[in-house]
Design a protein around this ligand. Structure first.
Ligand code: 0GY
Length: 305
């Protein structure tokens, strides 16, 4: 059995988050969170760029209940590379209340994709953040996108705002539904109307297959906790411009946070400030994630029209 020590500057996730003042609607989905290990059971990948503390499926499901959510979308964290065993284990323990986004290598077999599908995986993540992963060839990613979209899966893309000009055309041409992590990581010291964020909004406006997570105020904010005021206008703009293509998530257990570790209740309490009507909140937290991750349970009862 291998045991792992977290990086010396690793911040442990908040162990006693408060009770949010905002109560999510019934059936709400935390659509961006992770599990780490436990490392002794599911070793971290040799190629990882960080070693975290453990964050188990049981701990994630306790947080889900504590915050008043019903379901999770668990995104494979880069510390596990393309070894999806911890993710699959978490999905299998969830009683159908979690779906997954995996990491796969370009040569992944059809058999492995089928096994991931059976476990509840519905997407693959392409990560372009240089501090997290080594670069992958674009043509390999293109082929993965073609293959997984045939399974009805989507692609989650994670990138820094400064890299969007170089990646813009590649994203626009990928043959799949895409979901952008954390609004493409805007520089919130710049205005919403500035060129960086307008480029991101243009990507969504021009491509009806591209969605965004309005997540991670704790990661983007310069003004800081507990209200993360400087992130609110960015998230609100995305929610109001693309109400049917937005998702929300905690990002628990908040990998690589260095400035502070958020109280997850404070993140939940931001929701009414970025989605200001019941209708917007229901789309963000229930209708949109259900359409993407549990369509078989959603569409029969909620056919459009
Ligand atoms: C996030 C953000 C980060 C890390 C990962 O998979 C990961 O390691 O996603 C980050 O360091 O910005 O979405 O959790």
């Amino acid at each position: 059995m291998t045991t792992f020590s977290p990086d010396p500057d690793w911040l442990h996730w908040h162990q006693s988050p408060g009770v949010p003042a905002y109560k999510p609607p019934a059936g709400a989905v935390d659509a961006h969170c992770h599990v780490f290990g436990p490392g002794a059971q599911f070793p971290f990948a040799p190629e990882r760029k960080y070693t975290p503390c453990d964050a188990s499926a049981e701990q994630l499901f306790q947080l889900r209940d504590h915050l008043g959510f019903s379901r999770n979308v668990i995104v494979q964290a880069t510390c596990h590379g393309a070894d999806n065993r911890a993710l699959v284990d978490a999905l299998q323990r969830s009683d159908g209340l979690a779906r997954g986004v995996a990491t796969v290598r370009p040569d992944v077999s059809d058999e492995e994709l089928q096994l991931l599908q059976a476990a509840g995986v519905r997407g693959v993540r392409f990560n372009f953040v240089r501090r997290l992963v080594d670069a992958l060839p674009f043509d390999g990613l293109q082929r993965v996108a073609e293959r997984v979209s045939q399974l009805g899966w989507h692609i989650v893309i994670y990138f820094e705002a400064d890299d969007l000009p170089d990646l813009y055309n590649f994203f626009a041409e990928l043959p799949a539904t895409l979901v952008v992590d954390h609004m493409g990581r805007p520089d919130v010291t710049q205005p919403v109307s500035g060129p960086g964020f307008q480029r991101f909004l243009k990507l969504l406006a021009e491509n009806g297959n591209i969605w965004s997570k309005v997540s991670c105020p704790e990661r983007l904010s310069v003004s800081g906790p507990s209200t993360y005021d400087d992130v609110v206008p960015f998230a609100r703009e995305v929610v109001e411009s693309f109400p049917d293509r937005v998702l929300w998530g905690t990002d628990w257990p908040h990998p690589n946070m260095k400035s502070h570790m958020p109280d997850d209740a404070h993140l939940v309490d931001m929701i009414p400030r970025i989605a200001v009507t019941d209708e917007l909140r229901h789309k963000l937290l229930v209708a949109n994630p259900m359409r993407l991750y549990w369509p078989e349970q959603w569409e029969d009862n909620h056919a459009a029209g």
